[in-house]
Design a binder for this molecule. Structure first.
Ligand code: SF4
Ligand code: SF4
Length: 282
C-alpha cells in the first residue's frame, strides 16, 4: 500500500514516537512522559516569503529553507531543487505535572522535572527529528533538520538568536503567535518545546492559519512580567534576552548540585500565566 504523506502522517508518527520511545520518559524521576503524546503540526511552503522577511526581523544570518537545503544538498552530493520544499513544524506539549511543579517549586530556580525536560526532553525532540528523517528516507523522500547539523547551525550570541528558529517556523506554519515574553502561544500552551524540518515534498500549506499580527494571541495580561525573577519582561521593552540569558545561565550550578544533571533552565514565565495551557481568552 502506498503511504500518503500528509499532516496526519506526521501527527501519527510523532505521537507514536512519544508513546513508545524511551527518550520521552522521565526515567530519572518517575518514568512519566516528558511530552504528552498530543502533538500539533503545521506545514508551510519552503518558498513562503515570510522566510525572506525573517532576514529583516531576526537577522540576515537566519536561513531560508532554500538556503539551508541547498547547503545540505551540496554536503551530501544531492541534486538541489527548491520547488517542492515544505517545512513541517510541531509543538510538543509539556506534561502538566511538570508545569505544576515548576510553578510551585521556587520563585527563582526551575524544578527537577523542568530541568529534566530541558535536558532529556530536548534530546527526545532531536530524536523525533531524526526519526522523521529516517522514516521519510524509507519512502525515498529527503528531509533535513537544520538545527541538528552542527556544521550549519549556530546561535548568534550577540542577540541570542539562532540561524534556524523552530518557533518562527511554527509561526510561519500557522500554529500560534508570539507573546510578550517571546514564548510561543498555541493551543497546547506556551510551556512547550518545538521542532521543525525541511521536507523535499510538496505538502498543503497552513499559511492561511497564520495571524497577520505576530502577537495576535497575547492578551498583554502581564502575568509573565510578574513571574520573571529578574524583570526581563516589561510592557515597554517586551522580552529582554540580555537580562534573561544571564539568569538562565546562572541556574547551572544549582541544577548540577540539586538534580545532578548539567543543564540550564528557568521557564518561570511559562507557568502560572494566562497562556500556559492554551490560547488565552481576550
Ligand atoms: S502571560 Fe499574558 S502577557 Fe504574557 S505572553 Fe501570556 S498572554 Fe501575553
Ligand atoms: S526564562 Fe526566566 S529569566 Fe527569562 S524571561 Fe522567563 S522568567 Fe525571566
Amino acid at each position: 500500500m502506498i503511504e500518503v504523506i500528509n499532516k496526519d502522517w506526521f501527527i501519527n508518527k510523532i505521537n507514536g514516537f512519544l508513546e513508545d520511545n524511551e527518550s520521552n520518559k522521565m526515567n530519572k524521576v518517575d518514568g512519566s512522559f516528558i511530552f504528552e503524546p498530543d502533538v500539533i503540526v503545521g506545514i508551510v511552503d519552503g518558498n513562503d516569503a515570510i522566510y525572506t522577511r525573517y532576514k529583516t526581523i531576526i537577522g540576515e544570518f537566519h536561513l531560508t529553507p532554500s538556503e539551508a537545503y541547498e547547503w545540505y544538498c551540496k554536503e551530501e552530493s544531492i541534486e538541489f531543487k527548491n520547488c517542492n520544499l515544505s517545512i513541517v513544524a510541531y509543538i510538543l506539549h509539556i506534561n502538566q505535572k511538570t508545569k505544576t511543579e515548576n510553578l510551585n517549586y521556587s520563585k527563582t530556580m526551575p524544578s527537577e522535572r523542568w530541568a529534566h525536560t530541558r535536558l532529556f526532553g530536548e534530546q527526545a525532540n532531536r530524536n523525533i527529528q531524526e526519526y522523521l528523517i529516517d522514516e521519510l528516507k524509507n519512502l525515498e523522500i529527503t528531509a533535513f533538520a537544520p538545527a541538528l547539523d552542527k556544521r550549519l547551525f549556530f546561535i548568534n550570541k550577540n542577540i541570542w538568536a539562532s540561524n534556524w528558529s523552530h518557533r518562527h517556523s511554527c509561526f510561519a506554519a500557522g500554529l500560534g503567535s508570539f507573546g510578550l515574553s517571546d514564548g510561543f502561544i498555541n493551543s497546547r500552551g506556551k510551556a512547550m518545546r518545538c521542532g521543525s524540518l525541511i521536507v523535499d515534498l510538496k505538502l498543503p500549506t497552513d499559511a492561511l492559519n497564520r495571524p497577520s499580527d505576530p502577537y495576535e494571541f497575547c492578551t498583554n495580561c502581564g502575568d509573565c512580567i510578574s513571574r520573571c525573577p529578574v524583570n526581563a519582561i516589561s510592557f515597554e521593552n517586551r522580552h529582554d534576552k540580555m537580562i534573561c540569558e544571564p539568569h538562565v545561565s546562572s541556574t547551572v550550578p544549582f541544577i548540577i548540585k540539586t538534580y545532578g544533571i548539567d543543564i540550564y533552565g528557568c521557564g518561570l514565565c511559562q507557568v502560572g500565566v494566562a497562556c500556559s495551557n492554551g490560547i488565552p481568552k481576550k
